[in-house]
Design a protein around this ligand. Structure first.
Ligand SMILES: [Zn+2]
Length: 255
């Protein structure tokens, strides 16, 4: 391949990556807000996580669902979301990784690692409602499409970089991550916003709920392994974005 062809391919690849999330607004986080998030992450001393038996964990989630379901269903009705998309199935996964994810049409899975890694019901409620938000926003189907686009972009990049099969498969994997990461910003915002509305209506303490975002950021600074980080961005920027969404939410509450 000559250098013009390589340049063309690189250009096409970045175009493709850029198109992964059509319509996404890449709202910039200001340095002031980023520094504020860093300060919060460095200075907040969170309550110690409380270990739970499987029974306690499942019971806690059942209570959260009972408490927050009326608000979630109300949201569905107000936004004309078909009833079939507003019924969720919650699964406990005996896995030490701090993780929760939405999958399939209506499944939400939370792990033992998540349940043992948090201190309050609010933190779990935030994560559960956030995952419900991904279902309601139909993010899963969109994500899969974007992961495919990301893989394609990665494959082209792999071909350009040169080629062993191994390298191509590595960059394809990277592309898949790019796809999901690029896609996530607006989806995360939407899921966070949904979570805040639902939690607020259901009587949860939002400040306590935010602890889980700070916790994830502190964990990612220590590079602790978490499956949640593969599909959800973390760190100061994540917290700064959450804070922005939170301010928006508060402003809308006043109007
Ligand atoms: Zn998410």
């Amino acid at each position: 391949m000559n250098s013009y062809q390589k340049l063309f391919l690189i250009f096409t690849t970045f175009l493709l990556i850029g198109c992964v999330a059509p319509g996404t607004t890449f709202e910039e986080v200001s340095d002031v807000k980023l520094n504020e998030a860093i300060r919060i992450i460095k200075t907040t001393e969170l309550d110690k996580p409380i270990e739970k038996t499987r029974k306690e964990a499942v019971l806690m989630v059942e209570n959260i669902i009972e408490k927050s379901m009326p608000a979630a269903v109300e949201w569905c009705e107000a936004n004309n979301i078909p009833k079939a998309r507003c019924k969720w199935k919650f699964n406990y996964l005996d896995d030490d990784m701090f993780n929760a994810f939405a999958s399939g049409r209506n499944q939400i899975t939370y792990t033992k690692g998540l349940m043992n890694g948090v201190a309050s019901e609010e933190e779990v409620a935030f994560v559960i409602a956030h995952e419900i938000g991904h279902h309601i926003g139909n993010h899963i189907a969109n994500s899969q499409r974007n992961i495919m686009l990301g893989s394609l972009a990665g494959r082209i990049l792999g071909t350009v970089i040169e080629g062993s099969d191994e390298l191509i498969s590595q960059t394809t994997d990277l592309g898949a991550r790019f796809g999901s990461l690029f896609y996530s910003r607006d989806q995360e915002k939407e899921a966070d916003y949904f979570s805040l509305v639902i939690l607020n209506k259901s009587g949860f303490d939002l400040i306590k709920a935010r602890d889980v975002i700070i916790r994830m950021a502190q964990q990612s600074e220590r590079s602790e392994r978490s499956g949640f980080f593969d599909t959800h961005p973390t760190g100061p920027e994540r917290l700064a974005r959450f804070n922005q969404t939170y301010s928006e939410f508060l402003k809308n509450q006043l109007n």
